[in-house]
Design a protein around this ligand. Structure first.
Ligand SMILES: [Zn+2]
Length: 413
């Protein structure tokens, strides 16, 4: 039922029967489009009952290909023990311990479908682990470019999955440049290379959109008043918004939409800054630094789409300091029994601020996305637990990274 790809900037259509990256005309993000009218005739939300407990239960609205699946998706929607009407969508229970599993499952599925061989990715950490795992499952090569100070778990998992890892002295934006350099090489097309950077290929958004389908299904097809989402690259935000539009066309929900809230780390908040200044796109954030490594994205490629969604949904953008994030991580663990990724715990900081300001009322149903498990950040959280939080703020030009030797397995770097 996938009919074509559509540019989110100029609206140009492109065929979906071959690998595509961004719009050749204006470098806009391409979205997969389906014959939703035909899907509506043949498939109803009632038919989801009894289907696979993974994101592939929504295969009616995903590309037709043999899925590379490790059981991703349909993660728990947990009622908060602290706030009535708040739900925590726990993406830490995905394969590889983060929400990145969804996008990479869809992306690697299509890469294998198209016969691609070598998949290159710049990553802040968790996407690298997810690509490495799905590439291993699909029998493809993963070529990872990530900052050298990512959490140890990200480096170790990529190594075990058999990925080719390049550690870069810089941020994800520097890693992206390394991938761009590779693209200029002669072997790029000949050897079946492909760049699977966030929003530079159309299918990671498709995997992430299943979070939107799950929010609706798990709340009994009620749409919450708000969704708070830790925004690095922002693909989940794009995907969920796309899901709501598709579900309305399919007749699964009405025209109501949640207020979409971006939360970013105060040390890297390009979307918050652009939102506050009323700008349609973000500027590159200088000296990005935060222990929430997944939020260390100085300029998300889909910035214009994220800002448009905040506006259309009457949402907002909020930042949280590393101190606030750490406190919230510990608070969630103690109060909710959820050991969250720092990026996920940032949602709690945002929710408290939005309650204090009256943006959300106690009776509003709000979904907070915990995007990963705290178990992938043990080195970060252990160091910060025993010292000043800023001792290990990642990427800080001034702060020296603490020396970290991990049991002799991997030496200092
Ligand atoms: Zn275009």
């Amino acid at each position: 039922m996938l009919t074509h790809l559509e540019c989110t900037r100029c609206g140009e259509h492109y065929p979906a029967d071959r690998p595509q990256s961004v719009c050749p005309k204006d470098a806009g993000v391409l979205y997969a489009r389906y014959d939703l009218a035909a899907i509506k005739r043949n498939f109803s939300s009632a038919r989801l009952a009894g289907r696979a407990p993974t994101m592939w239960r929504y295969d009616a609205v995903l590309p037709e290909a043999d899925p590379v699946s490790l059981g991703e998706g349909l993660t728990p929607m947990l009622a908060s023990r602290e706030y009535p009407n708040v739900f925590i969508k726990d993406e830490g229970l995905n394969p590889t311990g983060s929400f990145k599993a969804r996008g990479l499952s869809a992306c690697v599925t299509m890469a294998r479908h198209f016969g691609l061989k070598k998949l290159a990715i710049p990553s802040a950490g968790n996407a690298a682990g997810a690509l490495a795992a799905y590439a291993a499952a699909a029998g493809l090569e993963a070529h990872i470019f990530m900052p050298k100070d990512v959490p140890a778990a990200n480096r170790i998992e990529c190594d075990y999955y058999g990925a080719h890892v390049t550690l870069v002295d810089g941020l994800i934006s520097d890693c992206a440049r390394k991938v761009a350099d590779l693209k200029g090489s002669d072997s790029w097309e000949k050897d079946g290379w492909f760049d699977v950077s966030t929003t530079k290929e159309p299918y990671r958004v498709e995997g992430k959109k299943t979070m939107g389908y799950e929010v609706a299904e798990q709340l009994g097809w009620r749409i919450p008043q708000g969704i708070i989402y830790p925004t690095g690259g922002g693909v989940g935000m794009l995907g969920m918004w796309k899901a709501f539009e598709e579900m309305e066309t399919l007749g699964w929900i009405g025209s109501e939409r949640p207020k979409m809230i971006t939360v970013q780390a105060a040390g890297c908040a390009p979307i918050v800054k652009a939102w506050d200044e009323g700008k349609p796109a973000a500027e590159m954030w200088a000296n990005a630094a935060t222990l929430a490594s997944g939020l260390r994205v100085p300029k998300p490629y889909g910035d214009y789409l994220i800002l448009d969604i905040l506006k259309k949904s009457k949402g907002t953008a909020i930042s949280a300091t590393d101190e606030e994030i750490l406190e919230a991580t510990r608070h969630w663990a103690k109060v909710e029994g959820i050991f969250a990724a720092p990026e996920g715990a940032a949602c709690l900081v945002a929710y408290r601020k939005l309650r204090a300001s009256g943006f959300f009322k106690p009776e509003d149903t709000v979904v907070l996305f915990n995007t990963g498990t705290g178990l992938k950040y043990l080195d970060v959280l252990e160091t910060t637990a025993h010292g000043a939080p800023d001792a290990l703020v990642r990427g800080a030009a001034s702060a020296k990274p603490a020396p970290r030797q991990i049991g002799g397995i991997i030496g200092p770097y």
